[in-house]
Design a protein around this ligand. Structure first.
Ligand code: MTE
Ligand code: MO
Length: 372
């Protein structure tokens, strides 16, 4: 387990997220929301920049587990024809793919909920994009031979502890989460060994973690050691007591696990309460399994909207940068808002939906700036 001092040292030399070697700018300090276990977010103004990439957010519920790399095994069991056990050396011999994937914590932006709620009070920086190298989960499942009775794949990490706050855990629990077979078989679901071309760091789940393209971060189980193919839906702590939301089924609010990321945008420049003299507004947008279709910006608190320019190709699983030039502004205090729409035509809502409990905070959140 990394101590507080150890973390601050690594943060200072910029290796928290496996900094790209060619980067010359020093890594910015991540904003630490909790020291033990470490929970830290990227400062909003560097999101989507090479500096921001060096301090990808960290979300851990338990201390980093101690992993003995020689004794380490990945076990595949349950409703399979041939249960598997891989050493790290065996696993590293399997063919890998590299994909750019943006991950957002389901609790990102929680600090903007009113009234205040419990849980890590993230601003907008519990989101990050990296280039992940790993083995498609499908390849490992195919080796094991998934039985026809299988409905889900449970991923279990090596970390464990108790959840002391309500709802309390039944004693010591591990971190475990499931995927339906269909998502487990998708090419965007990886067992990642590397992040940005380097072996995973301890905080990001070394030696092996899941990365589930398009889904909120909670699906990407870190320090992965066991895969259980299950013939009924998994009801573990992290998809019932936590990371669940209400869906209206036949009009009845029904608790279901949180899955795909909803369309969202953040303004990265200017930042809230900043004095500005430039008229450029910049930001990022993402839409989970969908692509971003467009982003609109309002400089008058939502009365009128102008289309922003996308600064790259919008693709599923990735974020896209955008910018917009405001008309010339007099000295004034203005309210800026951004609103993204996905390829299904779904836009960020203007108000908060309580069925999402304290997660999936994707409604439009205004910022206020002073034009100088
Ligand atoms: N084993 C384990 N995996 C985990 C977690 C955890 O606490 N333990 N946190 C999850 C959550 S809620 C998120 S948002 C992502 C964060 O991944 P990161 O720390 O690499 O950014 O990891 C997920 N995987
Ligand atoms: Mo999360």
């Amino acid at each position: 387990m990394a101590t507080r001092r150890e973390f601050l040292t690594t943060a200072a030399v910029g290796t928290v997220a496996g900094a790209p070697a060619e980067s010359t700018e020093p890594a910015p300090a991540p904003i630490v929301r909790e020291f033990d276990p470490l929970n830290a977010e990227t400062p909003t103004h560097v999101l989507g920049t090479p500096q921001g990439d060096q301090c990808h957010f960290i979300r851990s519920h338990f201390p980093v587990p101690h992993v003995d790399m020689n004794a380490w095994r990945l076990v595949v069991e349950g409703a399979v024809e041939k249960p598997q056990s891989f050493t790290l050396t065996e696993l590293r011999k399997l063919p890998t793919v590299t994909r750019k994937i943006a991950i957002e914590c389901a609790g990102n932006s929680r600090v903007y909920l009113t009234p205040k709620v419990r849980g890590v009070n993230w601003a907008n920086g519990a989101v990050g994009q990296a280039s992940w190298t790993g083995i498609p989960l499908a390849a490992v499942l195919e080796r094991a031979g998934v039985r026809n009775s299988a409905v889900e794949v449970v991923l279990e990490g090596a970390d464990s502890g108790t959840h002391a706050d309500e709802p309390k855990s039944p004693g010591i629990i591990t971190y475990a989460r499931s995927l339906p077979i269909s998502k487990a078989m998708k090419p965007e679901t990886l067992l990642a060994l590397e992040m940005n071309g380097k072996p995973l760091t301890a905080h990001h789940g070394a030696p092996l973690r899941a990365v589930v393209g398009g889904w909120y971060g909670m699906a990407g189980v870190k320090w992965l050691t066991r895969i259980i193919v299950a013939d009924k839906p998994f009801q573990g702590y992290w998809q019932t007591m936590d990371y669940s939301q209400f869906d209206r089924v036949n009009g009845i609010p029904t608790l279901v696990p949180i899955t795909a990321m909803r369309v969202k945008s953040v303004i990265t420049s200017p930042t809230d309460r900043q004095d500005i003299n430039s008229t450029t507004v910049r930001g990022l947008a993402w839409a989970g399994e969908q692509a971003v279709a467009h982003v609109d910006v309002s400089a008058d608190g939502g009365t009128t909207w102008q289309r922003a320019r996308l600064l790259g190709e919008a693709r599923p699983f990735e974020w896209v940068a955008w910018s917009m030039e405001l008309p010339a502004l007099g000295r004034d205090r203005i309210t800026l808002m951004s609103r993204a729409t996905d390829s299904n035509g779904l836009s960020q809502p203007l108000t908060r939906d309580g069925d999402r409990r304290t997660y999936q905070i994707n409604h439009v959140i205004p910022i206020s700036v002073n034009v100088r």
